[in-house]
Design a protein around this ligand. Structure first.
Ligand code: SAM
Ligand code: ZN
Length: 388
């Protein structure tokens, strides 16, 4: 395997050089490394550092006692960065022999022998054998086969990446239903749908282990969903968590949408605005997908760590922090197309909605999306007005 050294944060990592004809990301390489995920890993360093501070100040744990599992480690890059840049003990695991050997070499290069352990197991075996404060699930594609073991192991924070965005957001419907036991809907807010379906699956897995969750931070791009879930142990916490599960109603004609909380619910099938038969997605997580205080603490951590993607990460988390807690965003372009008017700047629209006395915010999902508590017909009226 021909390798080169790259630097992320303050960590040096040997990664394989992909063959010249490799597709991207280079899945043909002996050990996986995707430079495009640096933003994801930088945010992971900052969010984990923020969680560690929370544990140290509120839970009376010593830094030396905190255990992090990088269960799908490949080159070791995530775990190495956590051990070196956050300073907590990390287990780096990968069942692939080339990966395991590379992890050990990368531990040596960074002089992190004291703070780390390399293992070569099926991630599910590792996570059923041992408990960790923080469990990082970063597999190829869907995390669904690993959520049970991760939920059994995790004590403080579960961090999950899902790259199977097509099943999650309804583009590959049956695959999504099989993996997440939920029905997604492929709408203009499919990216939020995917996040909420994933969060719902996590909430139900954790509940089976009598653990509740509180999402600290989540972000979605075209290629992946990433979420950080604080774990709150106890059957009562699990019950409280499940109360935030439910279904999302969507009208394909006028764009009306509504959330219905609960797992056994009666759903009125007709759109109250235009009378069309509505579509239903779920069960999914309908609660907040981030905590503003935790976003602020993560932003503060971004400031103190040397990170290449700092500005981009700050912008993303700031957007995420400032989103209203109203499920299922609108897309200005979709509404404008329906109305036959041209779109204005998104900030202008937000200000206009607020001027009418409603709440409104942008979202981190896309530059043309917004949230509001204004009813759909009122929102359309305002869009028409601002479009002249
Ligand atoms: C997407 S890569 C991990 C990328 C890495 N976390 C990073 O940030 O660069 C997934 C890795 O998980 C390993 N893997 C897949 N399934 C596994 C399993 N069931 N148990 C252990 N390792 C597994 C693969 O060998 C691969 O190296
Ligand atoms: Zn309708």
């Amino acid at each position: 395997m021909i390798c080169k050294t790259i630097v992320e944060g303050t960590t040096k990592v040997l990664v394989p050089v992909p063959p010249p004809d490799a597709t991207f990301p280079p899945s043909a390489a002996a050990v996986f490394y995707n430079p495009e995920m640096e933003l994801n890993r930088d945010i992971n360093v900052a969010a984990t550092a923020a969680l560690v501070e929370k544990l140290l100040s509120r839970k009376g744990i010593l830094r030396e006692e905190i255990r992090y599992a990088d269960a799908f480690s490949a080159s070791g890059i995530r775990g190495l960065r956590i051990a070196g840049e956050v300073g907590i003990h990390t287990t780096m695991n990968d069942w692939n022999l080339d990966a395991f050997e590379l992890i050990k070499e990368n531990i040596r290069i960074n002089g992190l022998e004291e703070k780390t352990l390399a293992t070569r197991k099926n991630a599910n075996v590792l996570l059923h054998e041992k408990k960790f404060h923080i469990v990082d699930v970063d597999p190829f594609g869907t995390p669904s086969p690993f959520l049970d073991a991760a939920s059994a192991s995790v004590q403080s924070m579960l961090s999950v990446t899902a790259t199977d965005t097509a099943p999650l957001c309804g583009a590959h419907l049956n695959s999504g239903i099989r993996k997440y036991a939920a029905v997604p809907l492929n709408t203009e807010y499919h990216s939020e749908m995917g996040l909420r379906i994933l969060l719902g699956a996590c909430a139900r897995e954790l509940a089976r282990h009598e653990k509740g969750m509180s999402p600290l931070l989540s972000h979605v791009t075209r290629h992946y969903v990433r979420t950080y879930l604080e774990i709150i142990p106890g059957a009562k916490q699990a019950d409280r968590t499940l109360k935030l599960m439910g279904f999302s109603i969507h009208c394909p004609t006028c764009g009306y949408r509504e959330s219905v909380y609960g797992l056994a619910v009666h759903i009125d099938m007709e759109c109250p605005v235009c009378g069309t038969r509505t579509q239903i997605a779920g069960p999914m997580w309908l609660g907040p997908f981030r905590e503003p205080d935790f976003c602020n603490e993560t932003i503060s951590e971004l400031e103190v760590h040397p990170l290449n993607t700092k500005d981009k990460a700050k912008k993303l988390i700031t957007f995420c922090r400032d989103e209203l807690d109203i499920p299922m965003f609108y897309d200005q372009h979709v509404i404008c197309k329906e109305l036959g008017v041209s779109a204005t700047g998104i900030e202008t629209l937000i200000e206009a909605i607020k001027a009418y006395g409603f709440e409104a915010s942008r979202t981190h999902f896309s530059g043309t999306s917004f949230r509001t508590d204004a009813p759909i017909d009122k929102t359309k009226e305002i869009i028409k007005a601002v479009s002249g």
